[in-house]
Write a protein of this length. Sequence first.
Length: 208
Amino acid sequence: MRILITAGPTREKIDPVRFITNCSSGKMGYSIAQAAVELGHEVVLVSGPVSISAPQGLSEFHGIESAKEMADKVFELFPACDAAIMVAAVADYRPAEICQSKMKKSDGDLYLRLERTTDILAGLGKLKQPEQTLVGFAAETDDLLANALGKLERKNLDWIVANKVSDGFGSATNTVILLGRDGSRVDVETADKLTVARKILDIVLPKA
Ligand code: CTP
């Protein structure tokens, strides 16, 4: 199978020296990419800026910075893929204007107006063909299962991987629950991210 995977955070520029980002380390997405390569799949990885190295054996690697760059690349690549697993922590908002020069401080407070970015996964949910498998991640601090289920339905996914943020971001281990569109639920016990990645792929990828 040809599998598209997104990983890492995005960076949304404020001015030439500042940006908005999040705590994603990229480890979970990179582990899924590595596990997919080990299974012999063609893996296309689209990644935001991270400090870990890309797994060996990828078919394609595309480094991007902003949510817009990730969206453009993913929409271009998705039609030729059999599955997409969206692990990236994509910014939901970006500064409405990017200052072309470095912003100078003044005495008063500063207000930044933020505008919505495209929800890439929801867009793929609309484009998805019946033979394509679409998997999303839901990193939540509260109401884990209810929020994950909402995303599964709203974004037209085959599977959602629900994970509690408490041991998710930056951590070496992860604990996840998989929810399927057919109502199935699979609990994956706490383990290092590569072990969790292998179990996720075993469950979400259609059997040949
Ligand atoms: N996602 C995406 N594009 C975005 C935001 C999120 O593709 N602009 C994907 C993520 O890669 C992940 C899933 O959507 O697979 C869930 O992301 P999350 O930020 O947790 O959910 P949101 O839909 O943004 O919902 P909320 O902000 O309410 O938690």
